[in-house]
Design a binder for this molecule. Structure first.
Ligand code: C2E
Ligand code: CA
Ligand code: CA
Ligand code: CA
Length: 276
């Protein structure tokens, strides 16, 4: 038993060592990536359902590792959250996205598309988000109402008092606040009374089943109705078919994004689409 116990211990410690080692390697790689410009921002178009017009774009981080190829944000954002590297990453995305959207603002006639940037829980906890956003807006010259920030329910849930204070300051500047992955958390709409937001993004797990599962259609329809009664905009994400698009439009959803409408793409490609 003693020997087995010892082996067991060694087995677990080895597995743990490997996990820690992988994480440390990723942390180091990420630091180098930030220095060597391996990170880029792509943009996924967002359309208004009533008019079919392109009204905005979500900024999404991409990492092209020189040996390991492209590393999905779901992997490295998590590491960056734990190591604190998300602070630098978050600033980088904000700066790039604002600079890009300011170009759209200058080049187009009519209302320019907004840019929507993801903000992680840690960025909100740090408390200096309004200052960082102010700096990015000032440097780029982007009007505040052309910037949207996407926060998940869980990020806001951590400290509702702090969150509503910070979000209130940002909203007072004119920046729009959206709740991301909406419907996946437990609290759902009860939140919207305490934390002021301008929009909700219906999670793609609902959208995926909206044609197959009557419950998902009912939930989606209820979210739209309740959000509208609170004057909150509703965006559907993960629209992968014309059928989904049609049913969301019919239910009065305001905006949509998804592979069927357009994949995340380099800014130059999106700009070609804007002109078309
Ligand atoms: P998210 O904020 O929910 O972003 C939407 C994700 O859904 C993106 O994945 C997008 O490529 C994907 N998507 C868009 N349309 C469709 C569709 O029709 N079907 C399917 N199956 N997926 C679709 P991506 O780019 O891999 O990002 C994953 C997550 O990583 C994001 O989820 C977000 O939480 C995080 N992330 C990405 N960029 C950033 C960033 O700059 N900052 C922070 N804090 N998080 C980021
Ligand atoms: Ca998002
Ligand atoms: Ca989402
Ligand atoms: Ca379902």
């Amino acid at each position: 038993a003693k020997i087995a116990g010892k082996n067991c211990y060694r087995f677990y410690s080895k597995a743990m060592d490997q996990a820690v080692e992988r994480r440390m390697q990723l942390e180091e790689d990420l630091r180098r990536a930030m220095e060597n410009d391996e990170l880029s921002v792509v943009y996924q178009p967002i359309f208004e359902l009533s008019s079919g017009l392109l009204v905005g774009a979500e900024a999404l981080l991409r990492w092209e590792h020189p040996d390991k190829g492209s590393i999905p944000p779901a992997v490295f954002i998590d590491v960056a959250e734990q190591t604190g590297q998300i602070d630098g990453l978050g600033r980088l995305v904000l700066q790039r996205a604002c600079a890009r959207a300011a170009r759209w603002e200058r080049s187009g006639e009519g209302e320019a598309p907004f840019v929507s940037v993801n903000v992680s829980a840690r960025q909100l906890r740090l408390g200096d988000l309004p200052e960082i956003v102010t700096a990015a807006l000032r440097e780029s010259g982007l009007p505040p109402n052309r910037l949207h920030l996407e926060l998940t329910e869980t990020a806001v849930l951590g400290d509702e008092v702090q969150a509503s204070l910070l979000l209130g300051r940002l909203r007072a500047m004119g920046v729009k606040i959206w709740l991301d992955d909406f419907g996946t958390g437990f609290s759902g709409l009860s939140h919207l009374r305490r934390v002021p937001v301008d929009g909700v993004k219906i999670d793609r797990s609902f959208v995926a089943d909206v044609l197959r599962d009557p419950d998902d259609l009912a939930l989606t329809t209820a979210i739209i109705a309740m959000a509208h009664s609170l004057s909150i905009t509703v965006v559907a994400e993960g629209v992968e078919s014309e059928g989904q698009y049609a049913v969301l439009r019919e239910r009065g959803c305001d905006q949509a994004q998804g592979y069927w409408l357009g994949r995340p793409m380099p800014a130059a490609e999106l700009e070609r689409r804007m002109k078309a």
